[in-house]
Design a protein around this ligand. Structure first.
Ligand code: 13P
Ligand code: SF4
Length: 306
């Protein structure tokens, strides 16, 4: 099928193939609108992991980035996990390698390693427990107080957890290029333009941006808040893709992205054509080798148990 064919025809063909393959399509809220529209579930990293862990489908088509498909493979080793565009990565996840982490652990014997879910399977295999932006505070609060916490790789999320828990933490120096690009000046400008609009901030943003927030939460947390809140206008400080589900769920409200720099290229490389191709060929697959998977599984399982 060529890329010229209309979106509707391609979407119908994807729906037909999905049934034939007993497949489920999981999409992150930063994916393009067409991709979100063919998904069985659209959500944040935590929700996507929970869906992957509980699905009865034989095939999981992961519309997101590589670490997300790896998490599905870790949780469901017997299922076929497809990542329609295999180059879709996460620049922040690439900021820590398993080798670098092993070295750091040797310098800090007895520490507890908490990894953001935005990490490779190898890094998860070296970590004690994972977290997402939705449960990071609970995860760190659950750890024994006499233990030193090493947090990888997002220094901004780490700083946010510290501000909420007071737990001494050693931070890796990683960051999300999209969220870290947002400045205090950008947010102040948006506030001046839209006075009274609550400011919704993702914890991957810098601490000086987090300080200006009315709400700091994951992407799904933002959608829930907007649905339940009386305000008509909101300033949004997370990746641009979230505007689509926000507008879809609350068509009578207005959303202002705090900066055009809130854009993740890797989240946009998955297209309907690639989803279709993946369902036809059952490729490209993501399969975590068993030796790494077993260790990484415990790290994700501990998080999902919280
Ligand atoms: P959440 O959807 O879990 O808030 O994560 C944001 C993100 O940057 C995913 O890559
Ligand atoms: Fe990674 Fe940031 Fe893109 Fe999420 S938005 S995939 S954290 S680079």
């Amino acid at each position: 099928m060529s890329g010229q064919e209309p979106v509707q025809k391609l979407s119908e063909e994807i729906t037909r193939l999905k049934k034939e393959r007993n497949a489920i399509i999981l999409a992150h809220v930063y994916q393009s609108p067409e991709v979100q529209n063919v998904a069985d579930y659209v959500g944040d990293s935590l929700g996507l992991s929970q869906q992957a862990a509980s699905t009865g489908a034989d095939v999981i088509v992961f519309c997101g980035v590589h670490f997300m498909a790896e998490s599905a493979s870790i949780l469901c080793p017997d299922k076929v996990v497809l990542l329609p565009e295999k180059s879709a990565g996460c620049p922040m996840a690439d900021m820590v390698t398993a080798e670098e982490l092993r070295q750091k652990k040797q310098e800090l014997p007895g520490s507890v390693v908490v990894c953001y879910v935005n990490t490779s399977a190898e890094v998860k295999a070296e970590s004690d427990i994972a977290c997402t932006s939705a449960n990071a505070v609970e995860v760190v609060s659950s750890l024994p107080e006499d233990k030193t916490v090493l947090f990888v790789p997002d220094k901004n999320l780490g700083n946010y957890i510290f501000s909420r828990t007071g737990r001494e933490m050693l931070m890796w120096e990683g960051y999300c290029p999209a969220h870290d690009s947002l400045t205090r000046a950008d947010v102040l400008k948006a506030k001046a333009k839209h006075p009274g609009a609550p400011v919704l901030v993702h914890p991957e943003c810098r601490p000086e941006v987090v300080k200006l927030a009315d709400l700091v939460t994951s992407t799904s947390g933002m959608i829930r808040f907007v649905r339940d809140n009386k305000a008509r206008e909101f300033i949004v400080c997370t990746e641009a893709g979230i505007l689509y589900p926000l507008q879809k769920q609350c068509p009578d409200k207005r959303f202002y992205l705090a900066s055009d720099s809130l854009f993740c290229y890797d989240m946009k490389v998955t297209t309907l054509e690639k989803v279709h191709r993946a369902l036809v060929s059952l490729e490209p697959r993501v399969k975590v080798p068993e030796e790494i998977r077993e260790r990484a599984f415990h790290c994700l399982e501990r998080m999902l148990d919280i």
